[in-house]
Design a protein around this ligand. Structure first.
Ligand code: ZN
Length: 145
């Protein structure tokens, strides 16, 4: 079962996480944890002209939470905040088993869909996305500088 869960893509992102650290400047920031597993993630982003120019994550957790964060950082770059929120919502729907994500744009995310077979780990896979979602929502509520 574990072999099926820890697929190659997840292990690759876990071993060589993309975009780990903190962006400069920090235009968007959120921190969330998943006490069930002990995952703790912090997501930061740099925003240029209303678009996400860079996303980074830091923290610690299981291979699924870190791999999902690593994959997410690549997916949100280039999107406006509304597009990013929409994308995050689609991913969360997929992880609830509601709707399959469009095949074309799935790519690495396909590996995470496999986590659906292990409901207890779904929170691990969605933690980074939930964190980014909170960070984005908070910037909407903040008055412009
Ligand atoms: Zn976890």
């Amino acid at each position: 079962m574990l072999e099926e869960l820890y697929q190659e893509i997840i292990l690759d992102h876990y071993r060589r996480p993309r975009n780990r650290g903190t962006t400069s400047p920090v235009d968007l920031h959120a921190k969330e944890s998943n006490p069930l597993c002990g995952d703790e993630l912090e997501v930061t982003a740099k925003i240029v002209d209303g678009k996400i120019a860079e996303v980074k994550f830091d923290g610690h957790g299981c291979s699924i939470s870190l791999a999902s964060a690593s994959i997410m950082t690549g997916r949100l770059v280039g999107k406006t905040l509304s597009e990013a929120l929409n994308y995050i919502e689609n991913f969360q729907k997929m992880m609830r088993g509601d709707v399959p994500f469009g095949g074309k744009e799935l790519g690495d995310l396909k590996a995470l869909e496999g986590v659906l077979k292990f409901p207890v780990r779904v929170k691990c896979a969605t933690l980074a996305w939930h964190t980014a979602q909170r960070g984005i929502t908070a910037t909407f509520e903040k008055p412009p500088a």
